[in-house]
Design a protein around this ligand. Structure first.
Ligand code: ADP
Ligand code: MG
Ligand code: MG
Length: 877
C-alpha cells in the first residue's frame, strides 16, 4: 500500500518532490521546533494518480481520515463538532511555487451549526460570522469557480451601509447578513446549497487543488517557465489559527533581508485583525513589519528569533508567512526568498562575511543571467510613471521608441534613423525586416519561446511578449483601463521585467556596467562591492581564461577593462570595408601580375589596424584571423551592378558585372572563402601575414610586447593548413618575431581529423557558429527567423543551438577534436571563439572538455568570467 499522506512531524525540506515546496518546508519548520500549527500533506503521488485515473487512490480516504483524527487530538477540537469545531486550511503547493494553482481555502469545517459553536467558544459573534463569510467566499470562488464580484459586491455594499472603511470594522449583524447573502449566491449560481458536511468540504477542496494543476492558467505558466507538466501538486491541510480575532491578532509576511537590494534588516508587511491573503490583497493599508515592535513586542522579538534561526538553517534569505492569534505567534510558511539580481549578489557576499556559506558556494548563488541583467541600461524607476500593462520578459533591455504596428513601416522608419517599437499581435517570419529595424518588440501573444522572443534574443533586441491585456489592431492597440497606444506614440518596454509604458521613460546606464568600464570604483556602493568580490572569486577559482572577440583597438581596450586576458578572434574583414572597399574591388578585378601594387596599399593599412589592437592588448595574446568571407561580399550587389550597367554601359561596369557573375555562388557560406581563398588568391594571405609581422616588429621597436597569433579559418584538411603554414614560415623568416600559427576548427571534417591537423597547428580555436551550421546543415540567417520557434515549440531542441552549444552533436565533435588534437600534440593550446564562448551553459561544457580559454564579445566577458569560475567549482564538486 502506498502512503499518500505525511504528517508535518514526519518529513523534511529535502522532500519537495513528494511533499511540494510548501509541505516540505512546513515539515522542516516543525522539525526545527518552530510554532507551526499541526497538519499534514497529501503527496504529489496522489495528485498524479488522480490526474491519470480521474479519482483519488482508494487508500487515500482512510489515510486522510487517520490524519484528521490525529489533528483533532493534537488540537483538542473535533471536525464538525457543533460546540467547538476544528477548522483547517486547504493549501496547494507544488515543488516550485507556481501562480495559477488553486488558491488556499481557509476555515474549512464551518457550517450553519459549527459557526455558532465557534462564536460560543471564542465568545465573539463578529469573529465567527467573519470567519464563515470568508470560507463561503473562498470556497465559492476557488472550489466552485464563481466570479469574485459576486462576493466583493455585497461586501462593499455592506461597508457603505455600515459606514466603515475596513472589513474588520463591520458589526456582527452585517457579517451575518453577508453569510446569508453568500449562501444564496452559491445556491443560485450552482443549483446546490453550500456543502454543510465538513468532510465534503474537505474532499471537494482537495480534488479542486488536484484539478487546478491542469487549469489553463497553470498550464500557461508552466509552459512559459519550462516546468514539466507531470510533477503534480501536493495539498496541505493545516489547523487554522486566527489573525482576525481583534487588535492583538494579525497576519504578515516577512523577508529575512530586503529582496530588492539585499540589504540586511527587517523587511515585510503586517496587518492587524486580518486573515490570510488580506495582507497581499491590498484591501487595507498594511503597516511596515517594524511597527509590530510597538504593536506586540513579544511576538515581534520571537518572530525575529525565528527568522534568524531559519536563515542560519537554510543559509539563505527566507520568505516567511506568519499569523498572530491573540498575542501568540504562528509560522505558516517559509521558502527561499526570490530576489532581484542586485540582491542576489549582495546577499551572496554578505552570507560569506557572516560565515554562513563559503566563497565557492556564493559563486553558485548568482547566475550569468543575473549579471547580464545588472549590466543592461535600466529605466529610471524612481521617476517612471505607472506601467499600463505587462507581459513576459522575453529579452532583456530597456527600449523606448515610436509605436509602429506594421513591420514594413517599422523597417522604413528605422532606415530613416528613428527608434521604433514594433507592436504585433504575434510575429512571423515575414516580420523580420521590421524586427531587425526595431529597438524593441512587443507582442500580445506567445511565451518565452514564441517567434518574437526567439528572434529578439538572436538579434539582441529588447522584447516583451504575451502581453495579453493588450488588444493589437492594425494601427493601434487597446490596453487595460481604457488606455490606448496609437501609431507614432512613444512607448517604453522593459524586457527585464515585462513592463510596458505608454510614455517615454528615462533610461540610465547601470552602476555595474560603469564599474566594469572603470567609470565607477568597486567601492561605489554595496552592489558594485559585491559584484567586484564575486568576480574576484570567480577569477581565482577558474581554470579556463576568458578572452574576447574584438576587431578594433577601442573594442580591445573595452574587452581588457571587462577582464579579458586575450583576444581570441580579431576579424580582418571589416578592415576591407568602408572606403577601402574600392581597393578590394581593384584587387579582385586585377590580373595576377597587377595585384602586387594593390596588395601593397592594403598592407600598409592593415599594419596600422594591427598595431592599434596589439598596442591595446600589449603583453596579451591577440589571435588574428586571416580573411574569411567570400569575396563577392566586397563587391556591390549583383542587382545594383546590373542596373548600373544597363544605365551606364561602360567597359568598367561591364567588367565588374562579369566578375560579380563569375564570383556568384549559390551557397556562399559553403563556397570560396576562408583558407580556400588563401590558397586560390595568390598573395592575399601572404600580405596579411606580412602586415601582422610588420605591426609586431614596429611595436617591439617601441619597447612594447606584442603577442600576435595567426589563425587560418575554415580548414577541413591538414594539407590546407600545411600549405598555409609553409607560406607563413617563409614570410615570418624575414622578420625577427615569433608568431604562432594555428587553425580554426569549424568544419566537421577538421574536428574528425584533428590528429592529422594538429602537427601543423600551434593552436586550435573552435568556431562554434560555423561548426553548428555545418553539423546541423543550418544556415543561421535563414533558419532562426523562419522555423526555429516551431522547433522550440515542438521540442526538437530546448534552446537554439546557436545560443547554447548542442553538446550531444556539435559538442561531441568538439571533444573528439580536443582528444585527437592533444594526442598528437599534448600541450596544444585550445580555445573557442564562437559566440557560445559567452554562454554560461556552454562554458560549463567547454570547461569539462578541457579547453584553455573561451572568447566572446567584450560585453559578455564578465558573464563568461563568472561562468568559468562557477564551472571550476562545479567540476571540483
Ligand atoms: P499562497 O501559496 O498563495 O501563499 P497559502 O497556502 O500560503 O497560499 O495561504 C494563503 C494565506 O493564508 C497565507 O497568508 C497563509 O499564511 C494563510 N494561511 C494558510 N493556512 C492557514 C492557517 N492554517 N491558519 C491561518 N492562516 C493560514
Ligand atoms: Mg503562502
Ligand atoms: Mg567561421
Amino acid at each position: 500500500m502506498t502512503n499518500y499522506v505525511f504528517n508535518f512531524d514526519s518529513g523534511d525540506a529535502t522532500q519537495a518532490d513528494l511533499l511540494g515546496g510548501k509541505g516540505a518546508n512546513l515539515a522542516e519548520m516543525t522539525r526545527l521546533g518552530l510554532p507551526v500549527p499541526p497538519g499534514f500533506t497529501i503527496t504529489t503521488d496522489a495528485c498524479r494518480y488522480f490526474l491519470a485515473e480521474g479519482a483519488v487512490p482508494s487508500e487515500l480516504e482512510e489515510q486522510v481520515r487517520q490524519q484528521v483524527d490525529a489533528l483533532e487530538k493534537a488540537i483538542g477540537r473535533r471536525f464538525g463538532d457543533s460546540a467547538d469545531p476544528l477548522l483547517v486550511s486547504v493549501r496547494s503547493g507544488a515543488k516550485v511555487s507556481m501562480p495559477g494553482m488553486m488558491d488556499t481555502v481557509l476555515n474549512v469545517g464551518l457550517n450553519d451549526e459549527t459557526v455558532h459553536g465557534l462564536a460560543a467558544t471564542f465568545n465573539d459573534e463578529a469573529f465567527a460570522a467573519d470567519t464563515y463569510r470568508r470560507l463561503l467566499t473562498m470556497f465559492g470562488q476557488t472550489v466552485l469557480g464563481l466570479d469574485a464580484a459576486l462576493f466583493s459586491g455585497p461586501l462593499s455594499i455592506a461597508r457603505t451601509k455600515a459606514g466603515v472603511d475596513n472589513d474588520g470594522e463591520l458589526p456582527a449583524s452585517a457579517l451575518w447578513d453577508l453569510v446569508n447573502d453568500y449562501k444564496d449566491v452559491i445556491y443560485q449560481q450552482t443549483g446546490s446549497p453550500f456543502p454543510q458536511n465538513p468532510l465534503d468540504q474537505l474532499w471537494m477542496a482537495i480534488e479542486a487543488v488536484f484539478t487546478s494543476w491542469n487549469g489553463e492558467r497553470a498550464k500557461v505558466y508552466r509552459k512559459r517557465e519550462g516546468i514539466p507538466d507531470d510533477l503534480g501538486t501536493a495539498v496541505n491541510i493545516v489547523g487554522m489559527v486566527f489573525g482576525n480575532r481583534g487588535s492583538d491578532s494579525g497576519t504578515g509576511v516577512a523577508f529575512t533581508r530586503d529582496p530588492s537590494s539585499g540589504e540586511p534588516g527587517v523587511w515585510g508587511d503586517y496587518l492587524a485583525n486580518a486573515q490570510g491573503e488580506d495582507v497581499v490583497a491590498g484591501i487595507r493599508n498594511v503597516s511596515p513589519l517594524a511597527d509590530l515592535e510597538h504593536i506586540n513586542p513579544t511576538a515581534y522579538r520571537q518572530l525575529l528569533e525565528h527568522m534568524e534561526l531559519l536563515e542560519q538553517h537554510y543559509r539563505d534569505v527566507c520568505d516567511i508567512e506568519f499569523t498572530i492569534e491573540q498575542g501568540k505567534l504562528w509560522m505558516l510558511q517559509t521558502r527561499i526568498g526570490k530576489r532581484t539580481p542586485a540582491a542576489a549578489f549582495r546577499v551572496a557576499i554578505d552570507l560569506v562575511d557572516e560565515g554562513l556559506i563559503s566563497a565557492d558556494e556564493a559563486l553558485t548563488r548568482v547566475s550569468g543571467e543575473q549579471l547580464t541583467r545588472l549590466m543592461f541600461p535600466a529605466f529610471d524607476r524612481a521617476n517612471a510613471p505607472e506601467p499600463i500593462a505587462s507581459g513576459v520578459a522575453a529579452a532583456p533591455g530597456a527600449a523606448v521608441g515610436q509605436a509602429i504596428f506594421d513591420p514594413q513601416r517599422a523597417a522604413e522608419k528605422a532606415e530613416a534613423g528613428e527608434d521604433v517599437i514594433l507592436i504585433r499581435d504575434e510575429t512571423n517570419p515575414d516580420d523580420l525586416p521590421g524586427m531587425i529595424g526595431a529597438v524593441g518588440i512587443l507582442t500580445a501573444r506567445g511565451g518565452k519561446t514564441s517567434h518574437a522572443a526567439v528572434v529578439a534574443r538572436g538579434l539582441g533586441k529588447t522584447c516583451v511578449c504575451g502581453a495579453d491585456s493588450l488588444e493589437v489592431l492594425d494601427d493601434h492597440a487597446k490596453g487595460p483601463n481604457g488606455s490606448e497606444i496609437h501609431e507614432g506614440d512613444i512607448v517604453s518596454i522593459d524586457g527585464t521585467s515585462g513592463e510596458i509604458w505608454a510614455d517615454a521613460v528615462a533610461v540610465t546606464s547601470s552602476p555595474v556596467e560603469k564599474y566594469f568600464k572603470g567609470e565607477l570604483g568597486a567601492d561605489a556602493d554595496a552592489l558594485t562591492r559585491a559584484v567586484d568580490r564575486l568576480m574576484t572569486y570567480a577569477d581565482e577559482r577558474s581554470r579556463m581564461e576568458v578572452w574576447a572577440n574584438a576587431d578594433t583597438g577601442a573594442d580591445a581596450a573595452l574587452a581588457r577593462r571587462f577582464g579579458a586576458v586575450g583576444i581570441g578572434l580579431c576579424r580582418t574583414e571589416h578592415m576591407f570595408l568602408g572606403d577601402r572597399r574600392e581597393l578590394v574591388e581593384k584587387l579582385i578585378l586585377a590580373e595576377p601580375e597587377q595585384r602586387g601594387g594593390v596588395l601593397e596599399q592594403l598592407k600598409e593599412l592593415q599594419v596600422g589596424d594591427f598595431q592599434e589592437i596589439l598596442e591595446a592588448m600589449d603583453e596579451l595574446p591577440v589571435v588574428i584571423r586571416l580573411l574569411d568571407p567570400p569575396l563577392h561580399e566586397f563587391l556591390p550587389s549583383f542587382v545594383d551592378l546590373s542596373v548600373e550597367n544597363a544605365v551606364n554601359p561602360t567597359e568598367a561596369n561591364a567588367e565588374l558585372l562579369r566578375t560579380a557573375r563569375k564570383l556568384h555562388e549559390h551557397n556562399p557560406m559553403l563556397g570560396l572563402r576562408g583558407v580556400r581563398l588563401g590558397i586560390v588568391l595568390e598573395g592575399l594571405y601572404t600580405m596579411q601575414i606580412q602586415a601582422v609581422a610588420e605591426a609586431a616588429a614596429r611595436l617591439s621597436e617601441r619597447g612594447l610586447q606584442p603577442k600576435p597569433e595567426i589563425m587560418i579559418p575554415l580548414v577541413g584538411d591538414h594539407r590546407e593548413l600545411e600549405i598555409m603554414k609553409d607560406k607563413a614560415n617563409e614570410v615570418l623568416s624575414d622578420f625577427n618575431v615569433e608568431i604562432p600559427v594555428g587553425t580554426m576548427i569549424e568544419v566537421p571534417r577538421a574536428a574528425l581529423t584533428a590528429d592529422r591537423i594538429a602537427p601543423h597547428a600551434d593552436f586550435f580555436s573552435f568556431g562554434t557558429n560555423d561548426l553548428t551550421q555545418m553539423t546541423w546543415g543550418f544556415s543561421r540567417d535563414d533558419v532562426e527567423g523562419s522555423f526555429f520557434s516551431e522547433y522550440l515549440e515542438q521540442g526538437v531542441f530546448e534552446t537554439s543551438p546557436f545560443a547554447t552549444l548542442d553538446t550531444d552533436g556539435v559538442g561531441s565533435l568538439v571533444s573528439t577534436a580536443v582528444s585527437l588534437g592533444r594526442k598528437a600534440n599534448s600541450d596544444m593550446h585550445i580555445g573557442v571563439c564562437g559566440e557560445h564562448g559567452g554562454d554560461p551553459a556552454s562554458i560549463q561544457f567547454f570547461n569539462q572538455t578541457g579547453l584553455d580559454y573561451v572568447s566572446c564579445s567584450p560585453y559578455r566577458a564578465p558573464v563568461a568570467r563568472l561562468a568559468s569560475g562557477q564551472a571550476a567549482v562545479k567540476q571540483k564538486d
